[in-house]
Design a protein around this ligand. Structure first.
Ligand code: HEM
Length: 320
């Protein structure tokens, strides 16, 4: 009788595990995932990423954003790394991703790792590690690994990425759809402590804002004037734009301080001070670099654990 009960129990237990696995709720990632199969993977990736960052100061911001865009479409599965093929336009050629760059850094890291341990380390893990290395000078953390690469990448799906014109409820919904909370939203938006935006990404705030006002009134006036001068209404300079905060290559809490002064770049950034809960978090991070970094690490690990793929790609740009 006892044996029968035990069998029944293990059967039910297996069904539950299978069900959870199907829903991608079982987190199989682990910081020691490659310890036996490729112990030097991580240090090899880090040295490739560090070298690229030294050569080009725009690399860190680009890698961090690339990882975010990867995880928000089909989970973290390296779908953003795939090239378009004859019949399929891939994510990287979708409108929000046109400005992504530094794919070569992931290719170089993959080549170095393949030489050490072939067919073992996923491109998605390489990107997650590169994003962690990109915030050097800021916090660091142990990246859980074991992600698999996906086989599908569609440019049309990049419509699911949050837009810089989103208000707080649209942002909240976009994050919630990926299992991310409002706390994650505020902490991860701190990624905007690095990098740059093209005029088109914040044009809505400085020209024809509404039928009554041409400029977003929540923008501090001298800041608005400086944005208008680099991005006139008939902007023709393809590379014109503004840094996301005043220290765009330093991973600090300046972004939150500027946010409280009406000096954020996107409507979506500004929207973080339109609800009491998010505003309180913005104030907390503005006054404590440590609180920001602690929250950022927690939310990055959460975001980068959204699962997706099923294989270890040999070439990050092409499915096996
Ligand atoms: C909350 C929703 C978000 C929206 C609406 C948003 C939107 C944008 C937009 C429009 C740009 C500028 C693109 C351009 O003009 O070239 C940008 C840049 C950037 N975003 Fe976000 N973003 C969001 C969240 C995040 C998150 C979660 C991260 C990372 C944790 C992140 C990291 C970055 C970085 C680092 C850049 C600068 C890229 C570079 O200089 O190459 N963003 N974002």
């Amino acid at each position: 009788m006892a044996a029968k009960n035990t069998n029944m129990f293990s059967l039910i237990f297996s069904f539950i595990i299978l069900g959870l696995a199907h829903l991608n709720l079982v987190n199989t990632l682990s910081p020691s995932y490659y310890d036996q199969t490729c112990p030097n993977a991580e240090s090899t990736i880090t040295s490739v990423v560090k070298k690229a960052m030294l050569n080009d100061p725009t690399v860190p911001a680009a890698l961090l954003r690339m990882h975010f865009h990867d995880c928000f479409i089909r989970g973290c599965d390296g779908s953003v790394l795939l090239n378009s093929t004859g019949k399929n336009k891939a994510e990287k050629d979708g409108p929000p991703n046109i400005s992504l760059h530094t794919f070569y850094v992931i290719d170089n890291a993959k080549k170095a790792v393949e030489a050490l341990c072939p067919k073992t380390v996923s491109c998605t893990d390489i990107l997650a590690l590169a994003a962690r290395d990109a915030v050097s000078g800021g916090p660091t953390w142990d990246v859980p690994k074991g992600r698999k690469d996906g086989r599908v990448s569609k440019a049309t799906e990049t419509r699911q990425l949050p837009a810089p014109t989103f208000n707080i409820s649209q942002l909240q919904q976009s994050f919630a759809q990926r299992g991310l909370s409002i706390d994650d939203l505020v902490a991860l938006s701190g990624g905007h402590t690095l990098g740059f935006a093209h005029c088109s990404s914040f044009q809505n705030r400085i020209h024809n804002f509404s039928s009554k006002q041409s400029v977003d009134p929540t923008l501090e006036s001298s800041f608005a004037a400086s944005l208008k001068s680099v991005c006139p209404a008939t902007n023709t300079a393809k590379n014109a734009g503004a840094n996301l905060d005043a220290t765009p290559t330093t991973f600090d809490n300046r972004y939150y301080k500027l946010l409280l002064q009406g000096k954020s770049i996107f409507s979506s950034d500004q929207s973080l001070v339109t609800s009491a809960k998010t505003k309180a978090l913005v104030s907390k991070f503005a006054s404590s670099q440590q609180e920001f970094q602690k929250a950022f690490v927690k939310s990055m690990i959460k975001m980068s654990s959204i699962s997706g793929g099923q294989e270890v790609r040999l070439d990050c740009r092409v499915v096996n």
